[in-house]
Design a protein around this ligand. Structure first.
Ligand SMILES: CC(C)(COP(=O)(O)OP(=O)(O)OC[C@H]1O[C@@H](n2cnc3c(N)ncnc32)[C@H](O)[C@@H]1OP(=O)(O)O)[C@@H](O)C(=O)NCCC(=O)NCCS
Length: 152
């Protein structure tokens, strides 16, 4: 498995990873390919430098979208946001998600950021357990989203 920087040429691949990765979690995701594509465009516009792709044997199997200039209203300042993280189901529990997130932590620390923030679906227990394992703690909730924070 290797990590590489994402490039705008990857957008179609990321759309496919995203749609496949959110099967069963549709209530928290865009399900129409055009919406998913608009979302990927938004992620690149937010912070293209914070995006990495995981490859296994030349195949893209996951990606992370970090954002090193996100103003968090609730924290009252700029934090490192993890907007998106997906690993294909058949490649899970091999440490790929962890490697992607650790890459983003490194990027946030290089930018001098002190906190990482994310929002996760309130019934997405797999992802919540994953993030807790990586040191995130639940802070508050809004509708069906849970906000988590980690000190970097
Ligand atoms: C969340 C996600 C990215 C995790 O990816 P992954 O590559 O399977 O994660 P890792 O293998 O690096 O897991 C690291 C540790 O997190 C914990 N963990 C991961 N998945 C877990 C699960 N389903 N249940 C409980 N703990 C879990 C484990 O402790 C794991 O270590 P272990 O396998 O040695 O026990 C993946 O499940 C996914 O793509 N989910 C769908 C999309 C999603 O919900 N994204 C998050 C949006 S906010």
């Amino acid at each position: 498995m290797k990590l590489r920087k994402a490039d705008e040429k990857d957008i179609q691949t990321l759309v496919e990873l995203y749609l496949q990765g959110y099967k069963g979690l549709e209530e928290y995701a865009y399900t129409h390919p055009e919406d998913a594509q608009a979302y990927m465009n938004w992620l690149f516009r937010r912070d293209a430098d914070g995006m990495w792709v995981a490859e296994d044997g030349g195949r893209s199997v996951g990606f992370v979208a970090g954002d090193g200039r996100w103003f968090s209203k609730r924290e009252g300042g700029v934090v490192g946001a993890i907007h998106e993280l997906v690993v294909l189901p058949e490649f899970r529990r091999r440490g790929i998600g962890r490697s992607l997130v650790e890459k983003v932590f490194e990027y946030f620390r290089e930018k001098g950021l002190e906190k990482a923030e994310l929002w996760v679906g309130d019934e997405n227990t797999e992802a919540m357990n994953f993030y807790k394992k990586l040191g995130f703690e639940e802070r508050d909730r809004f509708n069906y989203w849970v906000r988590m924070i980690k000190r970097l």
